[in-house]
Design a protein around this ligand. Structure first.
Ligand code: DX5
Ligand code: ZN
Length: 216
């Protein structure tokens, strides 16, 4: 099933609760939460207290994308704060198999992701055990960047790897997704679509409705 995951990095934090409600009521499937530590990526964004706070006001699935070094240190804290899934960067893990198993043992969905310059071969070690692979279609760290067209071939290649193994792994895409490139991205094999600026700039409900029209 195709799913839309608005990224709150692009939300208006003055009225974050309202904007999350609007996205949820408009039929968003996941809420994508970008956590940055100022080390793995240059920026610092959303952390545990924010997640705990918004968790009290919504039941929507929290899709947490950890752009942090050595994520093992914080997996339990994110589970307690209300994460439903945790996606970690292969580049940030010392022992990716152990990290994915730790996420699963907390009862959460697990995801692995990789930067645009990292080859898919690097995630093969966890491909059989993850629920989702996130293809970064921009350099992680900032919203509002342009989609990298080279991501399309990477999605297609990943889809083949997944199909060849008889897996049902979700393919998520994150960065620069717009109403204009969405069709191509879905056609390449992605089924979980993250979007920040294209959802939160303007009318959230209208934007989600337009995304969903293309996604069904
Ligand atoms: C970038 C983040 C993205 C970002 C996407 O590091 O992982 O989730 O919020 O934002 P847009 O859709 O504006 O590229
Ligand atoms: Zn993200």
């Amino acid at each position: 099933m195709n799913k839309i995951a608005p990224s709150i990095l692009a939300a208006d934090f003055n009225i974050l609760g309202e904007q999350i409600r609007a996205a949820s009521e408009a039929g968003a499937h996941y809420l994508h939460i970008d956590v940055m530590d100022g080390l793995f990526v240059p920026s610092i964004s959303i952390g545990l207290p924010i997640i705990e706070s918004i968790r009290r006001n919504t039941d929507i699935f929290f899709d947490c994308h950890l752009m942090i070094t050595d994520p093992d240190r914080y997996l339990t804290n994110f589970a307690k704060a209300g994460a439903d899934s945790i996606t970690v960067h292969i580049e940030a893990c010392k022992d990716p198999v152990a990290t994915i198993n730790a996420i699963k043992s907390l009862g959460l969905k697990s995801g692995i992701t990789l930067c645009p310059e990292t080859p898919l071969e690097d995630i093969e070690c966890v491909l059989d055990i993850v629920d989702m692979v996130l293809i970064m279609s921009v350099h992680p760290g900032f919203g509002g960047q342009a989609f990298m067209p080279s991501s399309l071939a990477k999605i297609e290649k990943l889809k083949n790897m997944i199909d060849r193994r008889g897996l049902k792994t979700d393919i998520e895409v994150d960065g620069g997704v717009t109403l204009k490139n969405l069709r191509m991205i879905l056609d390449s094999g992605a089924n979980v679509i993250v979007s920040g600026s294209s959802i939160f700039n303007g009318d959230i409900a209208e934007n989600i409705a337009e995304f969903k029209k293309i996604m069904k």
